[in-house]
Each structure stands twice: as C-alpha cells, then as structure tokens.
Design a protein around this ligand. Structure first.
Ligand SMILES: Cc1cc2nc3c(=O)[nH]c(=O)nc-3n(C[C@H](O)[C@H](O)[C@H](O)COP(=O)(O)O)c2cc1C
Length: 478
C-alpha cells in the first residue's frame, strides 16, 4: 500500500517538473515563464472568475448586464414559480434615473394570464395585404441559428407559439428549427442570409421563396444593432455546419462574412424603395431595426416617409446596452445611444410628422424586466423585443461565453456535447411562461396606475430620481 502512494507521489512530482520545464521554455505567457507551475492558478481563477463572482462575491444588484435579482425574477417566472420578493426592496432608490411609477388612487382590478395584444395594426399605415395586429406586445428579438444552438431556437420558437408571440429569426435565415409552429419575423441583415445570390447580393426570388416556405408574418431589414452598430459580422467556417449553411444559403465549412452596410441600397430613398419592394413582393408588413447614432438619419427618414407616404411599417430601436453573440468591446461599450436616449431620438423625429402615431415602435435593449419594459411603453413603445431575457428563460446563466463557442448551458454554442444538455421540450414551456409572466406583470402595473393596457401608461406618470434625493418628472428628461 505504502509503495502505491510513493509511486503516486513520484508521478505527481514528475508531472510538476515536466510542467515547470514546459512553462520555463514556452514563450506565449510571460507569467508562466516567471512563475512556473504556480502561474497556472492565475489562469484557472480567471477562467472561473465570473462564476466565483456570481456565487460568492457580488450582491443582488451588482452583476451586469443582468443583476442576480433580475435573473432570479426571469428564472422564477420561467419555471412558473413564485416570483415575488420578500422583506422589501434592497435597491438604492436614489440612483440617478431610477424610475418611480405613479400608482392611481383608483387602481383597476383584474388579472391577465394570456398575451396582451398590441394596440396598433402592423402594416396598416401602408395598407399591406397581410397587415395584422400582433397578439402579444412582447416578441422574441432577433437571434440567429448560428449565434444560438438548434435546441435553443426550437425552444424559443415553440415557446413563442404557446405565448402567441412573434419570433424574430435574426440575420441567419430561416432554419428547420424555426419551423416549430411559432410565427416569424424574417430578418434580413447585410448578408441577406436565406435570400441571397452566390455572390452575397440580395435575391428577390429566394426572398419570396423563403417567406412562402414558413409562417413569416413580417420582415425586418436590419441596419444595425446596439451592441455592434456600424459593424458587419463573421461566422467562422468551423461553425458553418450543414444545417446552418442550408438556412443561410452559403457553402458548408466556409467562413461567412456579413458586410457593414447593405448592398441593396445606399441612402434613405434607396432604403425606402427597398422596404416597398419587399412589401410588394411578399404582402407582409416590413420594418427596420437600428441602433441610434447619427440623429440626422432619423430626421431625414421621417421627412422622406412624410413626403412620399412610403416607408417602414415598424421600427425596432435597439439600445446601446443590447446584446450580441460577439462584439469588440469599444462597440459594445461606446457606440450607439442607450435606449432611453435612443428611443426619443427616433420617436421625436417621427412625431414632427405625426408618424409615431401610425407606425409600430418596438423597443429593445434590456427591456424584458418589468420596470424597464414599462418605462419603454411610457416613452411610446408599442411593443418590446426581448433577446437575452428569453435566453435566460431557456437556461442561460450569463456566463458571457457566447463568443467562445463554449456556452456551458448549450444555448449559444454549436458544440453537440453542450447542445445535448438543453432539452427544448422543457425549455419551450419556460420561454412561454416567461413571456406570459412578463406581460402579466406589465398589466398588473398598468392596472395599479389606472389603465387597462400597458400601452396607456404615459411619461407624466413617471418620476425619475436625480441621484441627490430629488425627483424629476420623466417628461422633462425624455
Ligand atoms: C446571442 C445574440 C444574438 C443576436 N443576434 C442578432 C441578430 O442576428 N440580429 C439582430 O438584429 N440582433 C441580434 N441580437 C440583438 C438582439 O436582437 C437585441 O436587439 C439585443 O440583445 C437587445 O435585447 P436584450 O437586451 O433583450 O438582449 C443578438 C443578441 C444576442 C444576445
């Protein structure tokens, strides 16, 4: 017995010596050359840092992008559990911009268990053949098959079907996993995936084919997104599996690039023409999605729409706090306005021509938590699109590894071993539960404020903390 342990110790010592020799001779990591063997601890701790911070160090409101309280609320809602919090708030109510909703002395009674319909009809202002009133004010925001796994897309699509919410395909085309019964918004990014020629330019024939092949209810032309505005995207060849290639209309195993700008148009008039061509060919309402940068674009778009009576049926405004599969830090942190500044830029430009009353405004950017969603509606959003909150409902733990392909929960990866862990049947129920619980919460808040629909909440019913113990009317800020 003693001998065995001696051998184990000897083996361990030899392994350490070999590791030390490797560390001293390698040239990639200075820290290992300087601190052989022990330097590995630093890499191990760095690798598990987010998890350690999550479980041990941070308090309920510290973590970003979603705090522990926010995630707990999504998880509990998704599991159909009690999502109430006990013992009162642990938030600092004095943070700058912290919203307070004015409850009414005469609140309304009533419960809502189903989806809340949008107050406007999508496509009405341009009389599109297939104009419709969305059954749910909450939709699943664009996330492509490629950024997300097949199992995650299936769970989202089935969940959307149950909750009667729209499910945006993201810019990766319409895959078989998107065809599980949920109504789709087909997104066209600069790569025109699912509707492109071999050279990457837009193909109207393929577009019409794609629309007719699936329950597409609307089209969204993506100009930009909050986390990486003004940038294209790249899907490495290793991730372009046969299924992903089929959905996108690209060759298997070859890296695909989506350019920074559209090839189908060059300016605002061209954009409006493109929108009208898509609508004419498909009969569907057509919208655009964008983050907000140069404000002159929005004034010009509104002017062209007002003058010509043509243009998008809806606009999705993505806040700079939005998520993505992968983005350079400077873009995620410093480009594009946050939602609360971005949305009024668009709304006010449209309001000059009263277009804000006619087209549907969709907000995105961390709005899937009730106070933020309610704030967006008070600011004039007709609908809310949720991406990462829906990922949380599918089981995401905010490991922030979407860009590595090693998502531990199988949500944002194409690695079969990791995807296998995600059961779409179970998780689709969670998606539906979350979508409905969120709307239930929004309606409960609306009732407390004396309204029968969250879309009736107005900015003059909201005050914001100025961070110094005083309150500002939200109407002064936005
Ligand atoms: C994994 C992932 C993939 C995304 N892919 C797309 C995309 O293909 N097209 C797009 O317009 N936005 C994409 N987005 C942005 C979301 O649709 C959404 O606008 C943004 O994350 C803000 O919503 P959230 O705060 O609820 O996540 C993606 C976001 C994530 C997290």
């Amino acid at each position: 017995m003693f001998d065995v342990w001696l051998w184990v110790l000897f083996g361990f010592a030899v392994a350490l010596v070999l590791l030390a020799i490797y560390d001293l001779t390698q040239r990639r990591h200075a820290i290992l050359r300087n601190y052989p063997v022990i330097g590995h601890l630093r890499f191990m701790l760095e690798a598990v840092g987010p998890e350690l911070r999550q479980y041990i160090v941070t308090d309920n409101d510290e973590e970003r992008p979603f705090s522990r309280d926010q995630r707990r609320w999504v998880y509990a809602s998704a599991k159909g559990q009690n999502s109430y919090f006990g013992f009162g708030t642990d938030n600092n109510l004095n943070q700058t911009g912290y919203p307070f909703f004015h409850h009414s002395a005469f609140p309304l009674d009533g419960e809502t268990d189903g989806p809340i319909p949008c107050l406007k009809t999508l496509g009405e202002w341009r009389n599109r053949a297939d104009a419709f009133q969305p059954a749910s004010i909450v939709a699943i925001s664009a996330m492509s098959f490629g950024a997300l796994s097949s199992a995650a897309i299936v769970a989202l699509n089935r969940g959307a079907a149950t909750a009667r919410a729209l499910h945006n395909t993201g810019e990766g085309g319409i895959s078989i996993h998107h065809r599980q019964g949920g109504d789709l918004v087909f997104q066209l990014g600069t790569g025109y995936f699912g509707a492109r020629q071999a050279d990457g330019s837009f193909s109207m024939d393929r577009f019409v084919e794609a629309v007719q092949s699936a329950p597409v209810q609307a089209i969204e032309v993506k100009l930009s997104q909050g986390a990486k505005p003004g940038l294209g995207g790249r899907l490495p060849g290793a991730k372009v599996t046969a299924e992903i290639a089929a959905a996108r209309g690209v060759p298997v195993n070859v890296t695909v690039q989506s350019p920074a700008r559209h090839r189908a148009f060059d300016d605002v008039h061209g954009l409006v023409d493109f929108v009208e061509q898509l609508a004419a060919a498909s009969g569907k309402p057509v919208g655009i999605k964008s983050a907000v940068g140069d404000p002159r674009f929005w004034s010009e778009l509104a002017e062209v729409m007002a003058q010509t009576g043509r243009g998008p049926d809806f606009i999705t405004v993505d806040g700079g706090e939005g998520g993505t599969g992968a983005a350079p830090l400077v873009f995620a942190d410093h480009v594009a306005l946050p939602f609360r500044q971005a949305f009024p830029t668009v709304r006010n430009a449209l309001a000059v021509h009263r277009l804000d009353e006619r087209i549907v405004l969709i907000g995105a950017g961390k709005l899937g938590i009730t106070p933020d969603g309610a704030m967006a509606m008070a600011m004039g959003a007709d609908m809310i699109a949720v991406a990462r909150e829906a990922m949380l409902a599918v089981g995401c733990i905010q490991a922030q590894k979407c860009h590595t392909g090693h998502c531990p929960t199988g949500v944002a990866t194409q690695t079969p071993r990791l995807v296998r862990g995600l059961d779409p049947a179970d998780k689709s129920v969670r998606v539906a539960n979350y979508l409905l619980a969120f709307q239930h919460d929004l309606m409960t808040l609306a009732h407390a404020m004396g309204h029968d629909h969250p879309g009736h909440i107005t900015l003059d019913q909201v005050s914001l903390s100025d961070g110094h113990g005083r309150l500002l009317p939200a109407t002064d800020s936005y």
